[in-house]
Design a protein around this ligand. Structure first.
Ligand code: PEP
Ligand code: MG
Length: 832
């Protein structure tokens, strides 16, 4: 049918391009010709194919089908792949889509029509699959005028308020609107960049609702063009939003409008605790330019192989020579470097005539897009590692030996949009006082590295930090989560004093870290460590850990692509148990799903993964996986050091099923005394059923991270809610109290292994609620042990009583700060 008959103005008015539409009678969309898939919508309802003559064909199944969020669609292909004519691209459930969408009509459009002429199209009759649909011809000699670079530029960042992100319609509207301006506008998102004049490029960015994007414009009317785009983004949504503010800001030069003023405190998410005063220094991520066309497939393949060899060699040295996260990250990078899909995708592009660099970059970017499409924070953060690897290989291709060292000032507060692990490693650690990034997540590899280097780090500070002048004095408070610009002189002096006192206190705490933590009135509290790797185990012991209260086993195998077998798991657990030398080690069974996706355990996409198949639910649905893990634990010697702990339990039946499996495995292996089996209290259900759970569990440990998320109904990975997601909310404390009361009545021991145990402000209240064991971040063990020695258990109980009666987490924090100040009046208000 002709486009005019499509019941949607965007298509009917050819805003996305010329072509025709199909009213489908079969549920498979086939490739109309051979070509490369340049985009596949994450929801599977649309694909764009670049044909061999360079025409870009968008095929959009149905109208408004983005709103189905993938229901009824199954993409059969991935972006970046080449397909032959007739290849199935999308499988469509016609019943579902016909019922839920306004129309099944499927436009097929040439989106770069300025370079192609449609010489023939079949309209108004039924067409069998494989018949000619339309014929295109490249228009020779047409080149797009490229405007000379202009000094006028503008840029903004904003969160996309559109409910379905930048899909076909907004992309078309933006591209069309920009025809009225001379300025060239680019949109950056997810580490990729697209011209806003191309609707297809915009769609292929995969921008979703709430994603942060950058708009950059260059040209005489740059600011007006930016404002127009921002207004379009705003105009399609209800209610006022951030975009409105940004559209206003775009009238001025953005740098000036968004540069934080002296005294401003920017909120951020704590990725590595600590505080620092220093001067702003920027690390920019430069995008290397690479030629698209290669000098012959055999030359380019040899070049790529040589560059990968160079990088592999360097990573091997790092992996073998570095203990802890540096070595582990190098190992993860090694795995990515030789990832068969990545290498095959690059080889295919080289065979098609691309240069080694271009082919490697496209392969890496396609993998990043796939990772990000999974919608999981942790996996998406691995995209940073891929980007890192991309730049390492591109550097090796041009003969550079690694990241050039960047001169940092003394006590630098390193600021960046995003920071790659290799960029951080390349910096002179002695000069780094702290780190702040505009984007990034608290669990990214670079955040783990910062913690291992003992550098305070804030992430998610927003684009405003990029407008800070280099050399500006900054106060980075990665205890409370704020970055203050040019703090007043008096505050700097007080902070400097505090930093010195803090350093002295830390040295003293470390000196007594191996002594037990006994309150002033004689109650001994066990302080153990939370760890996720063998290397952290010895570090924890040296910091006074009395055991491991939580071994996050999913972290041991995070970067694997296949499930670890019994022997591999047993070897890793044994290393940890050996490092703890007879002290207890609590091994948590795989906590897969939600914020901890496991690459080797693909799970169906879920609308609410935190409320989905995760933790014990995954293990009970995959009993062979659980049996393998239990068998690996049963091989550890001495087995008496080990305890097994189950995540996300809701009821006693789940514990009984695991005990059955463990007893069966023990019988098979001839083990007489299987280890103690405990439960993490992470859901309100578990807390409120603690008495029943304690009938079948040998111990309980409260996971306050998840318990807080489920009690407050706030996603723990939600960047905007990070400051409100506070385990000191009285409702969470009520659940802690209910758990300790029930457990005590059944003679069970209660530990806390969630983040609240590592929050010095929360420690007195936890003790007051009856918690006798804390499992904390290894670096904080000396400080928390020293703190416990200054408390009285009776005082903690009184404080807990008061906290339970309050109405909000900030009120509880205020109460605890007051109590802390009264106990230690000499402590300045600058530091927590
Ligand atoms: C918790 O939820 O508090 C916990 C310790 O487990 P994790 O953070 O690994 O989910
Ligand atoms: Mg948890």
């Amino acid at each position: 049918m002709p486009l005019e008959e499509v019941p949607d103005a965007v298509f009917a008015q050819r805003m996305l391009g010329d072509g025709l539409a199909i009213d489908p009678t079969s549920g498979i969309l086939h490739a109309p010709c051979a070509g490369e898939l340049i985009s596949v919508a994450p929801t599977g309802h649309a694909v764009t194919l670049r044909t061999d003559i360079g025409a870009e064909l968008l095929m959009h199944v149905g109208i408004d089908t983005v709103a189905l969020k993938g229901e009824g669609f199954e993409a059969q292909v991935e972006a970046g792949r080449r397909v032959e004519a007739g290849a199935p691209l999308i499988r469509v459930d016609l019943d579902i889509v016909a019922r839920r969408a306004p129309s099944l009509v499927t436009p097929v459009l040439v989106t770069n029509g300025e370079r192609f002429e449609i010489v023939r199209r079949l309209l108004g009759r039924s067409v069998a699959q494989g018949e000619l649909l339309m014929e295109l011809r490249a228009i020779d000699g047409v080149t797009r005028a490229i405007t000379a670079p202009d000094a006028t530029t503008a840029a903004v960042r904003l969160r996309v308020p559109l409910p379905h992100g930048i899909h076909a319609r907004p992309a078309a509207l933006i591209a069309r609107r920009l025809r009225d301006f001379d300025a060239r506008v680019a949109i950056t998102a997810h580490g990729r960049r697209a011209s806003a004049a191309s609707a297809v490029s915009l769609m292929s960015l995969g921008v979703r609702h709430g994603d942060e994007i950058g708009l950059e414009a260059a040209g005489a009317d740059a600011q007006a063009a930016l404002a127009a785009v921002a207004a379009l983004l705003e105009g399609t949504t209800a209610g006022p939003s951030h975009a409105q503010a940004v559209a206003g800001a775009a009238q001025d030069t953005v740098a000036a409008a968004s540069r934080p003023a002296a005294g401003d405190a920017l909120p951020g998410i704590v990725a590595s605790r600590g505080v620092a005063i220093g001067t702003a220094a920027f690390i920019a991520r430069t995008e290397r330019s690479v030629a698209e066309k290669g000098a012959g497939a055999s030359h380019e393949s040899t070049e790529l192989a040589r560059a990968r060899d160079t990088v592999r060699e360097r990573l091997r040295v790092l992996a073998a020579g570095e203990q802890g996260p540096r070595g582990e990250i190098a190992t993860a990078h090694l795995e990515f470097l030789d990832d068969p899909d990545l290498v095959a995708a690059a080889a295919e592009s080289i065979a098609r005539g691309e240069s080694a660099g271009h082919a490697w970059r496209s392969a890496v970017r396609a993998s990043i897009a796939a990772l990000r499409d999974l919608g999981d924070t942790l996996l998406a953060e691995r995209a940073d590692d891929l980007l890192d690897l991309e730049s390492q290989v591109l550097a090796a291709l041009v003969g550079e030996t690694g990241s050039a060292a960047i001169e940092l000032p003394e006590r630098a507060i390193v600021l960046a949009d995003e920071l790659l692990p290799s960029q951080l490693i390349a910096l002179d650690a002695v000069r780094i006082a702290g780190i702040g990034t505009a984007r990034g997540g608290a669990t990214s590899h670079v955040a783990i590295l910062a913690a291992a280097m003992d550098k305070p780090m804030l992430v998610g500070l927003g684009a405003a930090i990029l407008a800070i002048e280099p050399g500006t004095r900054l106060w980075l408070d990665a205890e409370r989560g704020s970055l203050q610009v040019e703090p007043p002189r008096a505050q700097i002096a007080a902070a400097e004093r505090e930093l010195a006192e803090r350093a002295a206190r830390e040295a003293a705490d470390r000196a007594s870290a191996r002594m037990p933590a006994v309150t002033a009135d004689g109650v001994q509290i066990a302080v153990l460590a939370n760890i996720g790797s063998g290397a952290e185990a010895s570090e924890a012991v040296s910091r006074g850990a009395e055991g491991c209260g939580l071994l996050r086993t999913e972290f041991l195998f995070l970067d694997r692509r296949t499930a670890p077998d019994v022997a591999t798991q047993a070897r890793e657990y044994q290393k940890v148990v050996d490092a703890f030398a007879g002290r207890p080690v609590v091994i948590r069974t795989l906590d897969a799903g939600a914020d901890k996706p496991i690459a080797y355990l693909p799970q169906a996409r879920e609308d609410n993964p935190a409320l989905g198949v995760r933790g014990i639910r995954v293990s009970l649905r995959n009993p062979e996986l659980l049996a393998t893990q239990l068998e690996a634990v049963l091989r550890i010697r001495p087995l008496a050091s080990c305890r097994v702990m189950l995540p996300m339990v809701n009821e006693p039946g789940e514990v009984e099923r695991v005990r059955g499996l463990m007893n069966a495995a023990a019988a098979r292996l001839g083990v007489d005394a299987p280890p103690a089996l405990g439960v993490m209290v992470e859901t309100p259900a578990a807390a409120l059923s603690a008495a029943q759970i304690c009938e079948v569990a040998d111990f309980v440990s409260i996971g306050t991270n998840d318990l807080t998320q489920y009690t407050l109904a706030m996603d723990r990975t939600h960047p905007e809610l990070a400051t409100e997601l506070d385990g000191l909310h009285p409702a969470v404390l009520q659940l802690v109290a209910a758990t300790t009361l029930a457990a005590r009545s059944r003679g069970r021991h209660v530990a806390v292994c969630g983040g609240l145990a590592s929050d010095p402000l929360a420690v007195p209240v936890l003790l007051g609620l009856g918690v006798l064991e804390l499992s904390v971040v290894p670096g904080l063990i000396p400080r928390i042990k020293a703190q416990i020695r200054t408390l009285t258990h009776a005082g903690c109980r009184a404080l807990a009583e008061q906290a339970l009666a309050l109405g909000s987490a900030p009120q509880v924090r205020a109460l605890l700060r007051d109590a802390e100040r009264q106990a230690h009046p000499q402590t300045s208000a600058v530091l927590p």
